[in-house]
Design a binder for this molecule. Structure first.
Ligand SMILES: C[S@@+](CC[C@H](N)C(=O)[O-])C[C@H]1O[C@@H](n2cnc3c(N)ncnc32)[C@H](O)[C@@H]1O
Length: 221
């Protein structure tokens, strides 16, 4: 099945609210657990970057797991960033900095980060190299990189089944977005090619029935 692009930024208010209120407990919890395994040090006190942070659920989870770290969380959608700011405890905002900016043009506060993570941004990008370029530009030797995204199923009916399986009780707008996201996602083989082209040596693994996890530790480049 060919990739079908979906709108890059999530700027519609109804869409933002439906996404922010959706139940992502399981995938987000598992993603943060995987990042924790990669980071290893529970007293990690470095700088982390969340690319395409949306309403900030994963950034907040990460901040709670690593109470000494600082996070820059960026998204190109103003309503997403506003939602993140309005729902994050002011105390937490002293170390969780929401930034409105579209990649790759947006300027980030730091040149290098110790941890870079991103969930579900890759499939929104018309050109996937945008993500790999930003990851490369802002990593240095030792940076932990953890990216999770959806995988494109082989057939439309498989995408429909996944929507029914995981979003059956969600609003129509969220079901629609989930379906379109599955169609816009990449396959494992496509992601491996992207990484080769970007000269990024990361591990690509399928996790569960609909996600891919791309991770590793950056070399000097
Ligand atoms: C499906 S949401 C994922 C949000 C969050 N990472 C999560 O897992 O809950 C994808 C987000 O990427 C943002 N996005 C898409 N293209 C972007 C770009 N070029 N620069 C920054 N953000 C972008 C969208 O606005 C949207 O908020």
């Amino acid at each position: 099945m060919e990739r079908v692009l979906e709108p890059e930024l999530m700027e519609d208010l109804e869409q933002v609210f439906a996404y922010a209120k959706a139940d992502f407990e399981q995938p987000h919890k598992k993603f943060v657990q995987r990042i924790k395994t990669l980071v290893k040090d529970p007293s990690f006190s470095g700088k982390a970057l969340d690319l395409g942070c949306g309403p900030g659920d994963i950034s907040r989870r990460f901040a709670k797991v690593f109470p000494l770290c600082k996070i820059d969380a960026i998204d190109g959608s103003k309503p997403m960033i506003d939602y993140g700011i309005n729902t994050t405890n002011p105390d937490l905002q002293t170390r969780l900095n929401f930034i409105h900016g579209k990649l790759p043009e947006a300027k980030l506060p730091e040149q290098n980060y110790d941890v870079i993570f991103s969930n579900s941004l890759l499939h929104h990008l018309p050109d996937p190299q945008i993500l790999w370029h930003v990851v490369k530009k802002h990593s240095t030797s030792g940076t932990r990189i953890a990216i999770m995204d959806l995988l494109r199923p082989g057939r439309n009916y498989m995408a429909e089944s996944l929507v029914e399986m995981y979003a059956t009780n969600e609003p129509e707008i969220l079901k629609r977005d989930f379906y379109h996201s599955l169609l816009a996602a990449f396959t494992i083989e496509e992601i491996k090619k992207q990484l080769k082209q970007a000269e990024l040596s990361l591990t690509v693994e399928q996790i569960g029935d609909r996600h891919v996890f791309i991770s590793g530790i950056a070399d000097q480049h």
